[in-house]
Design a protein around this ligand. Structure first.
Ligand code: NAD
Ligand code: IPM
Ligand code: MN
Length: 359
C-alpha cells in the first residue's frame, strides 16, 4: 500500500510521443486512479512555445515527481536548430540532471510475436534479455565536443569518450544485482559486459573495473566479457544465450535498437532510467518520434504502456499493477491484437483498447 499521493509526470513530446503516451495515460488512470498525473511540454513542442526544449519549470517538476514518463522527442523540423536547443538536448539534459545512470532496456519476446521477429522463430522463442545501458556519461557527454575549423580551412568534428571508475562501477553494480534476480542456465547466464577494450582506453578501463567489482562483491554471478562488435553479431546469431547485457552509453544505444527487432518491432521496447534509490526514474519507449507515421494514429503504443509498467515496478512500488499490465499486453497479443508494425491493421487506440480489455 502507498500512503501519500504519488505523482507521474507525463512528457508526451513530439511526433508519435503524444499519441502513445495518451494510451499509457489511459491505462494508468484505469489501473491506478489515485495516481496524480501531470503533463508538460518537452522537446520540440517546448522549443516552439518557449524557445527552449526544457524549461526550468519542467525540470523542477521532474525532480519532484515520483516517476516521469516521456514519449519521444525530435523531428526534421528541428534539425537545423542549434544543438543545445534541439529536442534531443532536452532528453540528454533531463537524464544528466536526474543522474539516471542505469538504463534498463528489456528485450522480451512475447510468445505471440515469435513469428513477427526479423529472426527465425526458434531463435527468439522465450527470448528475455535485459540490456543495462550506461546513460549519463561516455561519448554523449565527454568534453571536448565540438566542430572546429582547422588552419587549412578543413573542419574537424570532435566527440570525447570518457568514463571514470565510479561511473563504470555504479552501472555495473546494477547489472550484477539484476542478474542475481534472473537465474539462467544459458551460455552467458549472468552479466555479459560489452566494450571495445581491444582499441579503446575507456573500454579497457571498463573491462578492468567490471572484473574488479565482480571479484569484490558479485562472485556468485557469472561474468563474461565480449567485444561490442561481436556482441552485435551474437545478438542475431544466438540471442537466447544472453541474460543481462551491460554496455556503455553508445554501444547500449545501438545494441538495444538491434535487440528490439528480435521482439517483433521497435514499438515493443520500453525502458527505465534509474539513479540511486529514492530518486525519480525516467521511463521512455526506446523508439523515437517516428515522423514518418506521426499523426496517423497507427503507432504501436505497447512500448509506452510497458514503460508505464516499468514505472509501476521500479519507481512507484506497485509491482502487482505492473504484473497486471504486463499480463494484459501478453493476452491482447495472444488474442491477435496487432498494429501495422507487427503486421496487423489496428490503430494506436484499438491496440490500447485491446490491452485495457484485460485490465
Ligand atoms: P524512430 O524510432 O523514431 O523510427 C524508426 C522507425 O521505426 C520508423 O520507421 C518508425 O516509423 C518506426 N517506429 C518507431 N516507433 C514506432 C512505434 N511505436 N510504432 C510503429 N513504428 C514505430 O527513429 P528515427 O527515425 O531514427 O528518429 C526520428 C526522430 O526521433 C529523430 O529526431 C531522433 O533524434 C528522435 N529519437 C528520439 C528518441 C527519444 O525520444 N527517446 C529515441 C530515438 C530517436
Ligand atoms: C534513445 C535515443 C536517444 C539516445 C537520442 C534521441 C538522444 O536514441 O533514447 O535511444 O541516443 O540516447
Ligand atoms: Mn536510441
Amino acid at each position: 500500500m502507498t500512503t501519500s499521493t504519488q505523482t507521474l509526470l507525463l512528457l508526451p513530446g513530439d511526433g508519435i510521443g503524444p499519441e502513445v503516451t495518451e494510451e499509457a495515460r489511459r491505462v494508468a488512470a484505469h489501473v491506478a486512479p489515485d495516481l496524480q498525473i501531470e503533463s508538460a511540454f518537452f522537446g520540440g513542442v517546448s522549443y516552439d512555445r518557449f524557445g527552449t526544449p526544457l524549461t526550468e519549470e519542467v525540470m523542477n517538476s521532474a525532480r519532484k515527481a515520483d516517476a516521469i514518463l516521456m514519449g519521444a522527442v525530435g523531428g526534421p523540423q528541428w534539425d537545423s536548430v542549434p544543438r543545445d536547443k534541439r529536442p534531443e538536448a532536452a532528453l540528454l539534459a533531463m537524464r544528466k540532471n536526474l543522474d539516471v545512470y542505469a538504463n534498463l532496456r528489456p528485450a522480451f519476446c512475447f510468445p505471440a510475436l515469435a513469428g513477427a521477429s526479423a529472426l527465425k522463430r526458434e531463435l527468439v522463442e522465450g527470448l528475455d534479455i535485459m540490456i543495462v545501458r550506461e546513460l549519463t556519461s561516455g561519448v554523449y557527454f565527454g568534453q571536448p565536443k565540438t566542430i572546429e575549423t582547422l588552419p587549412n580551412g578543413e573542419r574537424r568534428g570532435v566527440d570525447t569518450q570518457s568514463y571514470t571508475t565510479g561511473e563504470i562501477r555504479r552501472v555495473a553494480a546494477r547489472a550484477f544485482e539484476l542478474a542475481r534476480g534472473r537465474s539462467r542456465t544459458s551460455k552467458f547466464a549472468g552479466v555479459l559486459s560489452c566494450e571495445k577494450s581491444n582499441v579503446m582506453e575507456s573500454g579497457l578501463l571498463w573491462r578492468e573495473e567490471v572484473t574488479k567489482l565482480h571479484a569484490e562483491k558479485y562472485g556468485d554471478v557469472k561474468l563474461d566479457h565480449m567485444l561490442a562488435d561481436a556482441a552485435a553479431m551474437h545478438l542475431v546469431k544466438a540471442p537466447k544465450d544472453i541474460n543481462v547485457l551491460l554496455a556503455d552509453n553508445l554501444f547500449g544505444d545501438i545494441l538495444s535498437d538491434e535487440a528490439s527487432m528480435l521482439t517483433g518491432s521497435i514499438g515493443m521496447l520500453p525502458s527505465a532510467a534509474l539513479g540511486d534509490p529514492g530518486t525519480p526514474g525516467l521511463y521512455e519507449p526506446v523508439h523515437g518520434s517516428a515522423p514518418d507515421i506521426a499523426g496517423k494514429n497507427i503507432a504501436n503504443p505497447i512500448a509506452a504502456i510497458l514503460s508505464l509498467e516499468m514505472a509501476m515496478r521500479w519507481s512507484l512500488g506497485r509491482a502487482d499493477i505492473a504484473d497486471r499490465i504486463f499480463a494484459a499486453v501478453g493476452k491482447a497479443l495472444d488474442g491477435g491484437a496487432r498494429t501495422t508494425d507487427l503486421g496487423g491493421a489496428m490503430s494506436t487506440r484499438q491496440m490500447a483498447d485491446a490491452i485495457l480489455k484485460h485490465l
